[in-house]
Design a protein. Sequence first.
Length: 235
Amino acid sequence: MSQENQGDQQTPKVSVPFHIGVMARLRAYFFAGILVTAPVSITFYLAWQFIKFMDNQVWPFIPPELNPQNWGFPGFGLIVVVVGLTLIGMLTAGFVGRILVKLYDLILERMPVLSGIYSAVKQIFETMLAQKANAFREVALIEYPRPGIWTMAFITGNSRGEIASMFDRDMVNVFVPTTPNPTSGFLLFLPRADVRVLDMSVEEGLKMVISTGILVPPHRKAQVEQPELKLTPAG
């Protein structure tokens, strides 16, 4: 076979039209612009809406001549709320404050409908804000929903009470969030040995969940052996 015939049988090169390349480049620039501006814009928008909401809650209680709404001072309501909560915390830390807290605890816990809501909300805030709490302070990997498939989870504590008594080994509570909305998910009870603790922080783990795995935090240090779970053994 001649070289001319061989050249005829070669696959011809397909040339890409120039306008397709330009459109793809413009589309990439467009999405890059969204990626840069959207987080900043949404962050400032939510912060501004929160400040306006706090201002609207505080302004009706201030006399018109002292109303900061007439001064053009946005954020005054937020400052009042922060200072007020700080003062309340200072008062409840004293002897009289502790007595008042116990008093309204007893009253609310005896109300038929509000007792359940109050107890649940109180436990959540005590768990999230207490200095000794271990909730949502560790990120881990677990095999879920079946062996061989790994899912990111957040350790919320050691299994205690009736649940811990059902097993002859240490169990931990883990929360498996949904993505990109981590406020919903599944509560699982797993053996301590089946949980692989990660070195990333909870904030980095939440960013990874919300971004559907796009934002991957850097590995801080290479570890040969898997670190042990930092939680204290269940009592």
